[in-house]
Design a protein around this ligand. Sequence first.
Ligand code: G3P
Length: 220
Amino acid sequence: MKFFLDTANLRDIEEAASWGVLAGVTTNPTLYAREGGRLAEFHGHIQRICDICDGPVSAETVSLDRDGIILEAEELHALAPNVVVKVPVMPEGLAATKVLADRGIDVNMTLCFTVPQALMAARAGARYVSPFIGRFDDISEDGLEHLGNMIVALNNYDFGHPIEVIAASVRHNQHVVAAALMGADIATVPFGVLEKLVKHPLTDRGLESFLADWEKVKNA
Ligand code: G3P
């Protein structure tokens, strides 16, 4: 499974890239707003992310009609070769995705919550399908069970083009572990989750004992 960062924070993206584990970035309007983003600087910000991360960088459209989505998507796609256009799964989004896929523009269909939505995203030509986990948990449903169902359903068919499942709306380590065991291609995670994923108390304890023993070796 590959790790994407779910953020618009440039420092966090730089830090994760420096670890050698960053395969891509996903952003959305909420994440950009959280960084104090302004509309006039949006395209420049996406370009800066693409300068740091050479993997796929998802930038989301906000239009609700197909023509508007296609227009935004083409502007975003022109920013950098690794921009992937993120489009919500809805009838107008599917229609736009079909056109964009035919034009060779990679689409990440987002806000996927059901098996039929995931299958339709794939049929329309989406290169990435993003099931959301945490938002199901927010309403006391098992987001991981829904993710597993979508992975199984997508694996049942050949859509004639490559598709990768991005486990999104990830809130904690267990989401990532379960997504990996289910065969999700990618987990997109907030930086705070990425930091926790690299840690374990036994790693810390092992390091402490190595350092203590090395002091003994030095003083012997
Ligand atoms: O990429 C978007 C998705 O990960 C949103 O997550 O935490 O707002 O449900 P969240």
